[in-house]
Each structure stands twice: as structure tokens, then as C-alpha cells.
Ligand binder design. Structure first.
Ligand code: CMC
Length: 428
């Protein structure tokens, strides 16, 4: 007989099914608890709530394990290209050489964006945050592909929308960078691979020759792969929730980008660099900032530290820390910020406050140092995160829509006033 859980409420016993995942993860299925007993479960911030089953990403926060479709993040970051990983996330299997070539060619068909989108960029004031622009651009795409609004489109039509998004994202991210610098946009060059094309559109000047540095390409591929999916995090859950109302994929992704922007989520990478700069400008006293982070009366937090699910180490951070050393060495850059980051990590990892709370460097702690070495300004860092996370968001959306999951609609426990009579304004 399959495993069940028993719950006793008001003296009555209810039996609930237990669900077991392929990595032996266990969950009590409470979906019928309210209809049986009148009770709901309460879990603010979803700290212990599974919102879905999923076959995309496996994560064990206690052991520091992260797998995409059964492949370890360490192997993927070492051996795969970003579009190979995007294919894996979307289709479930690693592509053959031919399948990958076809996939890359399909993406290349869609890399241009409508010229009219340039007018939207023109309307943004110089200096507007790149993430605000990216949110607008994701939803603006829906205006050019109105058929994408139909939730009953064929799988083939849905696939085209997914490909368009993956293809146009680098073009739009590079345009955001150019808008920031006030330089003319560079059109996609479809002779280049996905990452090289993005770097070319970003760093090439119209009048100059530009050769993409393979060190940059390797580093970007790695960083994008490490960010490509992270199961039911804040932005992926947002994409699923918005998509569950049958809003278009463009709208769902725009919502995901918005969720990612927050400093507790993807926005942390910008905050880390700003924090390290602040420590440097303050004279480099790491202990002072550790004490600030521990002080409950001080809103300062050690950015790039701590994670909702990783309670031992973040495997992505381990890989990025090593990549950071490699890239800076290869580029011959000696960045004092890296020394401050390492010192901060060393001191925090010995401090009982961080040890007791199981706070470790996360994916965002070292990534910004690499992006900075490559020439990206700090406010572009979260855009880079979004570029990497896009295939994961799409894969989550695809899985949800394929399974026909119901609209996401949490419940609540009401704590406001009981019913009371309306008092007319002159009597209040
Ligand atoms: N600095 C100082 N204290 C911290 C930090 C930090 N970075 N993170 C958590 N704490 C403390 C927190 O104050 C709390 O202490 P106490 O138990 O005494 O009240 C305890 O640790 C648990 O923290 P929490 O906020 O309840 O944990 P959470 O799971 O809700 O939050 C987090 C996770 C990532 C939001 C949080 O660790 C944080 O704010 N970190 C800094 C922001 C950051 O780096 N975010 C990027 C996350 S990784 C990229 C991504 O995938 O989004």
C-alpha cells in the first residue's frame, strides 16, 4: 500500500496521500484537505510548500546539489554550451550534434527585432534602469506577435514564441546596453554563435572592427548555464503563476523579469558589487561590515550571502568563484574588489552568526566581479541573470501549460475586522 500521512483535526482523523519524487523527495498532498476538513495550510513565503511536481531541475539544498534534467551543474558548466543547455531544459534531453545545429539555426532566424521597438528605447530617459527597460521590452514583444495571446495555439506556434524569445533576448539586452551608453545599436550577426553574437552586439562600435574574445565567450557560457534554471524560485514561480491565468508567454516572462529585479533575488548581483565598492571606499574594513550585517537594528545585509534552499553551500557559487580567478588571470586583471570579496567570505564563514544560520556565498557573490572584468556596468548585471534564466522560465511555463495545471490561486487566513455597519461620512 502506498504511504499516507494522518492528520487529526477537531478529533477527526484524515488520511492524506504522500507523493515521492524520483530523488526520494517526500510531500504530503494536501490538495483535498480543505474539502475534507475545512482547514487550509498556512506557509507564508512558501518556505515548506511544493507548488508543483516538476521534471526539470533537481536541487538538494542540504547537500549542495543542482541537476538540470538529471545532469549535474558541474558537468554542464564545464562541458556544454548555453544553447545546448537551453535545448536540454526545453526538450528534456541533450541534443545530438544535428539537433543542436538545427536549434541554433532556428534561433538565428528570429534574432532581429522590429525597428519600431527602437522608438520605445528612445522614450526612456538616459539612465533608466536596464531591468525596467527589459520588463517593458518583454511585454512590448507581444504587440508584434498578437497571435501569441491565444492560449489555444498549436504546440508548433507556441514553440515559435519560445524560439523568438530566446532569439530576441540577447538583441534586446544589447540594445539596452547601447541605450545606456548612447551609442548606435548593432544588428545581430548570424554568422556568430549565440553568446558571441550577444557580445558583438554589446561591445562592438559601428565604426570599429571587433573580435569577440574567446575568454569572454567561455565565461559567459558558464555564467548563463549556471543561471539557466533553479526550480521553483521567486521568478520561476511568478512566470508559472502569471502563465496559469493563460496570459501570454511574453507577459509571463515580463513578470518573471520583474520578480528577478528585486535585491533579494537576481538584483543581488548588482547590490554585491555596490557593497564591495562601498567597503573599498570605506577603507576595506571587512569586520565593520560583517558587524553591520549582524546588527538587527541595521537594515544592511551581506548581499550575495544566504539562500532560501542552500543550507550548506551553493554549488553555483563554488564554480563561479573558480571561474572568477581564471577569467581575471586570463585577462590579466588584478581587481582589489576580488580580494575584498574573498576576505569577506573568509571572515563570514568563521563567524558564528553566519555559521549558525547556515549563510554561505550564493551565485551572485562572485558573478558580478566577472561581469565587471568583461566591461559590463553594475546595473546590467541582473539583465545578464535574466538572459541566462530565460530558458528555465520558458521550460517551467511549457511544463505547466502542457500539464494543463489549474490557475494558481493561494488561500489566506483573514485577520481583519469582522462585519460592521457602514458609517456615513458626516457621522464618523
Ligand atoms: N546577511 C545577514 N543576515 C542574513 C542574510 C544576509 N545576507 N541572509 C539571511 N540572514 C539572516 C536573517 O536576518 C535571519 O536571521 P534571524 O533568524 O536572526 O532573524 C536568518 O539569516 C534567516 O534569513 P531569512 O531572511 O529568514 O531567510 P530567507 O530564506 O527568507 O532569505 C535570502 C533568503 C536569500 C532572501 C537572504 O539570505 C538574503 O536576503 N540574502 C541577501 C540577498 C541575496 O544575496 N540574494 C540572492 C539569492 S541567490 C540568487 C537567486 O537565486 O535569487
Amino acid at each position: 500500500m502506498s504511504e499516507t500521512a494522518k492528520i487529526i483535526l477537531d478529533g477527526k482523523e484524515y488520511e492524506l496521500p504522500v507523493i515521492t519524487g524520483t530523488e526520494n523527495e517526500k510531500a504530503i498532498d494536501i490538495s483535498n484537505l480543505r474539502s475534507m476538513s475545512g482547514y487550509i495550510t498556512l506557509d507564508t513565503g512558501y518556505k515548506n510548500t511544493g507548488a508543483t511536481t516538476s521534471a526539470i531541475t533537481f536541487l538538494d539544498g542540504e547537500k549542495g546539489i543542482l541537476h538540470y534534467r538529471g545532469y549535474s551543474i558541474e558537468e554542464l558548466a564545464e562541458k556544454a554550451s548555453f544553447t545546448e543547455v537551453a535545448y536540454l531544459l526545453l526538450d528534456g534531453e541533450l541534443p545530438t550534434q544535428k539537433q543542436l545545429e538545427d536549434f541554433n539555426n532556428e534561433i538565428k532566424i528570429h534574432t532581429l527585432v522590429n525597428e519600431d521597438l527602437q522608438n520605445i528605447f528612445k522614450s526612456f530617459p538616459t539612465g533608466s534602469h536596464p531591468m525596467g527597460q527589459l520588463i517593458s521590452m518583454m511585454s512590448a514583444l507581444s504587440a508584434y506577435y498578437p497571435k501569441s495571446l491565444d492560449p489555444n495555439r498549436s504546440d508548433e506556434q507556441k514553440r515559435r514564441t519560445m524560439l523568438r524569445l530566446i532569439a530576441k533576448m540577447p538583441t534586446l539586452c544589447a540594445m539596452i546596453y547601447k541605450k545606456r551608453t548612447g551609442h548606435p545599436f548593432i544588428y545581430p550577426n548570424n554568422k556568430l554563435d549565440y553568446v558571441s553574437n550577444f557580445l558583438n552586439m554589446t561591445f562592438k562600435h559601428v565604426s570599429d572592427e571587433y573580435e569577440v574574445d574567446p575568454v569572454y565567450v567561455d565565461a559567459m557560457n558558464k555564467l548563463l548555464i549556471l543561471h539557466a534554471d533553479h526550480e521553483q524560485n521567486c521568478s520561476a514561480s511568478t512566470v508559472r503563476l502569471v502563465g496559469s491565468s493563460h496570459a501570454s508567454l511574453y507577459a509571463s516572462i515580463a513578470a518573471g523579469v520583474a520578480a528577478l529585479w528585486g535585491p533579494l533575488h537576481g538584483g543581488a548581483n548588482q547590490q554585491v558589487l555596490e557593497m564591495l565598492e562601498q567597503i573599498k571606499a570605506d577603507g576595506g574594513d571587512v569586520a565593520k561590515f560583517i558587524n553591520k550585517a549582524k546588527d538587527k537594528n541595521d537594515p544592511f545585509r551581506l548581499m550575495g550571502f544566504g539562500h532560501r534552499v542552500y543550507k550548506n553551500f551553493d554549488p553555483r557559487a563554488k564554480i563561479i568563484k573558480k571561474a572568477c580567478d581564471d577569467v581575471l588571470n586570463k585577462l590579466g586583471i588584478n581587481d582589489p574588489i576580488l580580494e575584498i570579496a574573498k576576505k569577506l567570505e573568509e571572515v563570514a564563514l568563521k563567524d558564528s552568526y553566519f555559521v549558525e544560520r547556515k549563510l554561505y556565498p550564493n551565485v551572485d557573490f562572485y558573478s558580478g566581479i566577472i561581469y565587471r572584468a568583461m566591461g559590463f556596468p553594475t546595473d546590467m548585471f541582473t539583465v545578464m541573470f535574466a538572459l541566462g534564466r530565460l530558458p528555465g522560465w520558458i521550460a517551467q511555463w511549457k511544463e505547466m501549460t502542457k500539464e494543463g495545471q489549474p490557475i494558481g490561486r493561494p488561500r489566506q487566513i483573514y485577520t481583519g475586522n469582522n462585519l460592521r455597519p457602514f458609517v456615513e461620512i458626516n457621522k464618523r
